[in-house]
Design a protein around this ligand. Structure first.
Ligand code: 2NE
Length: 271
């Protein structure tokens, strides 16, 4: 792939090519742990990829082959309720990023080499698909390091691997290799490290051949029950957008703009 830079950031790399956006956490010296700035930059890049109509699939990964992401940067974790930004403000902005990825109406694929641990494990879980290298290792550490993600980190994990396995993952803080993760339905494929990007791009290109609206509505539908009313809102927003594209929907707007009664009688009441 001839990746081209799509923006300059400090903590992440952002590239695009052939309809695919590639976003990489670039803090390999801390196994791609995220600090508030990292998350802010990720949210900027995801927003750009969201709004860019030439982008049909997004890869989230980590720089290097040692780690996808090792979660929150414990060196900037304060005593006052979050990870400190440059101004010392404590915040758990990774939760905003999780919701952003779920609400983003394009497939997001986690490309995992090395560790996906702690909050980094939750990030791969949030992604729609996960392709892992054979050196990947997965796990939660919260109860060991004095943390937990009782939102998607617990609930979505249980829906993904089953409640017993999810409790095991959180209660014992073990690590699982890529084959174990595949066997429990936590990831979609395992490939040799050297093949990781080729395989991930191949999956993205397959999706790029498919109907973007179908993928968009399916993503919202997979999230709808888990995300409650916010999930139904995502799904319903697609219905509204499609309705706006119909002559029936446009008749309502046109009638109001033209200060006349709408004529909905000409539209069929379909069975
Ligand atoms: C990731 C793991 C298993 C890698 O082990 P290894 O042996 O390959 O590397 P090492 O030597 O542990 O780490 C290399 C460097 O990266 C730093 C280390 O401190 C070390 O730097 P030096 O000390 O040599 O200077 N590093 C690694 N992970 C870091 C982190 N998360 N924050 C800051 N520095 C980090 C192993 O490193 C590991 O277990 N890391 C910790 C994983 C972890 O517990 N993450 C936080 C979970 S809580 C969370 O993410 C969270 C949440 O629960 C709720 C909301 C938001 C976030």
């Amino acid at each position: 792939m001839n990746w081209k830079s799509a923006g300059a950031f400090d903590d992440i790399l952002f590239h695009q090519a052939e309809g695919i956006a590639r976003i990489a956490i670039n803090r390999p010296e801390v196994r791609n742990a995220f600090r508030p700035q990292t998350v802010r930059e990720l949210m900027d890049a995801f927003h750009q990829a969201h709004m860019d109509s030439s982008v049909g699939a997004i890869i989230l990964t980590g720089a290097g082959d040692q780690a996808f992401c090792s979660g929150g940067d414990q060196k900037v974790r304060g005593d006052d309720g979050g990870y400190h930004d440059e101004q010392g403000v404590p915040y758990l902005n990774v939760l905003d990023l999780q919701r952003q990825i779920r609400g983003l109406p394009k497939p997001v694929v986690a490309m995992v080499a090395g560790y996906a641990i702690g909050g980094g494990h939750v990030l791969h879980l949030i992604c729609d698909l996960t392709i892992a290298a054979d050196n990947a290792r997965f796990g939660q550490t919260g109860p060991r390091v004095g943390s937990f993600d009782a939102g998607f980190g617990a609930g979505l994990l249980a829906r993904t691997v089953g409640i017993k396995k999810a409790k095991e993952i959180w209660f014992l803080c073990r690590q699982y290799d890529a084959e174990e993760a595949l066997a429990m339905g936590l990831i979609n494929a395992v490939v040799p490290l050297a093949e990781l990007e080729n395989e991930t791009v191949k999956w993205c290109k397959e999706m790029l051949q498919l109907s973007p609206t179908a993928l968009r509505v399916l993503k919202a539908s997979f999230n709808a029950d888990t995300d409650g009313l916010a999930g139904i809102q995502e799904l319903a927003g697609n219905a509204t957008a499609l309705y706006y594209m119909t002559p029936e929907g446009q008749e309502g707007r046109n009638a109001w703009l033209e200060k006349r009664a709408p004529d909905f009688g000409k539209f069929p009441r379909r069975p």
